[in-house]
Each structure stands twice: as structure tokens, then as C-alpha cells.
Write a protein that binds this ligand. Sequence first.
Ligand code: APR
Length: 270
Amino acid sequence: MSEPDPSTGSGQDLEQPVEEAARLIHLASHVVALVGAGLSVESGIPPFRGPGGLWTKYGEPDMQGYQRFLEDPKDWWEKRISRTDGYQELIDALAQAKPSAGHAALKEMEDLGYLKHIITQNIDNLHQEAGSRAITEIHGNRTKLRCLGCGQRRPLDQFPIDELPPTCPDCGGVVKSDTVMFGEPIPQDAMEECINQTQVCDCMLLVGTSAVVYPAAGFPLDVKRGGGRLIEVNPNETPLTEMSDVVLRAPAGDSLSLVVSRLREIAGAR
Ligand code: APR
């Protein structure tokens, strides 16, 4: 695989910011990556906002999704099974997606011992498919179901769906997709791990997120408040650009691959 060209389509020469990003990561003791839809754009999955975004095209879902599920989980499941729950474009893209160069770069950054954890807003399971290990999925995982009673998660085919809505064989609780719906609270275990990671993080990579959805968008603010550094990886500006110490204004695949090859050199020289 050829090394990406440091002079990006966005015209920013990446050489200096790549050098600075690698230096900050090398000096840090606990690097965490906060990841958004932009990382999976290069895997063929559309983002939510901005040009070509799903919400841009179809409108952002209202915040009552979870409430409607609780009021009539049978109806929700019937729509899901008959595939009339919409967003076919997203469902098809998710089904075909493969990890991108950006996913591979994060995996290698973990293997090199630099990246300690990934907090992903993506539900696409592509970090796992790329081989990353330390992952918290703050918005859940599309390949899993979750019991609202005991909170346990299982792969899609391991919760019996004989009757609708499916219920948990252990506690009898209603089972839903593990993905977090609009209006649904973030599952406690995921939220606790995000807070733990943010508290010990002294350098956060902001990869492909528009940083407008909370609580995820608040974690970089906590890192900065704690004296940590922020490295933004995004072809477009975000509300976090101004407080970022380094900005890689380029697609994640290119910029993260360049950072990892620089870290490989530094690690080799160790
Ligand atoms: N590399 C890096 N970043 C990219 C790329 C790329 N190749 N392509 C686009 N981006 C950036 C865009 O500039 C934008 O800032 O990715 C960001 C995508 O933003 P959103 O679509 O808003 O996605 P995200 O931040 O993950 O949304 C957060 O909102 O709708 C909810 O649950 C959904 O998890 C999602 C959350």
C-alpha cells in the first residue's frame, strides 16, 4: 500500500501537523480516540450531517423514538422485521461496509502501544472487524441486541425472537436493538467507561465527528479542562477546531496513516 500524499485535497500541507500530532501522541501517557461517522465514510457509510448526510437528506429523527418504542415495542419490532423502519440506504451500506485505512491505522496505533482506548459513536462494528480491542460503543452496536431489564447484550442471533417483542430468557425484560435510539439514555456501563477513559486521557484524537451530539461531544472539553491535548482529524471545521492543539484537515484514512507511519519510525528509534 503506497504512503498517502502529505499534500491533501484540502490544500493543507500535512507534514508539519502530522509531525506535531505524532510528537504529542508519543509524549502522552493515555491517548483516547473519540470517533464519529466520518471515519466510516471511507467504508461507504454515509455521515449524518453535512453534504450527503442522512439527516441532511431525510431530516433528523425526533427525540421521541425511544418513547415510542417503550409505548409499543411489538410495533417497533414488526416494522424492523418487515424492513419498513426506513433508512434502507444506511442498512445496505452497513451490510456491505469493510474497515477503512483509518480503522486500520487506529488498530496499529493500539498495537504500537500508543492508543489506549476508542470511544466510538459508530454502531457499525468496523473497529472490531479491523482488530481493535479496547473499544466503548457509546451508541451501541448494530450486530447486537440488549435487554432493557438486565442490560445484557448478545449477538443478534442469540436472543430468541419467537414472539414479538422478544424478551430476555434470563430476566423477562424487553429486548431491543443495542443501538441507542434518539431520546434513549446512554447505557450506564458504556457511560461509566467513557467517563473513566476521559478522566485519565491526556491526549484525545477527534476523528470524523461533527462534535454536536452530547454526551460524546463533551468528553474533549473535559480532557482540555484537565490539561490534556486535542488532535482534530477532519476535512471540515467543527466546534472543537479552535480548542484543538493540532488539526489534520484531511480525510481520516490519509492523515491517520501518515501519523501511524511517523509513530512507527519513532517507536523503531525507541
Ligand atoms: N475523514 C474524517 N472526517 C470526515 C470524513 C473523512 N473521510 N468525511 C466526513 N468527515 C467528517 C465531517 O466533516 C463531519 O464533521 O465527519 C463528521 C461527521 O459528522 P456527523 O455526520 O454529524 O457524525 P457524528 O459526529 O458521528 O454524529 C454523532 O449523531 O445522529 C447521531 O447517533 C448519530 O452517532 C451519531 C451522532
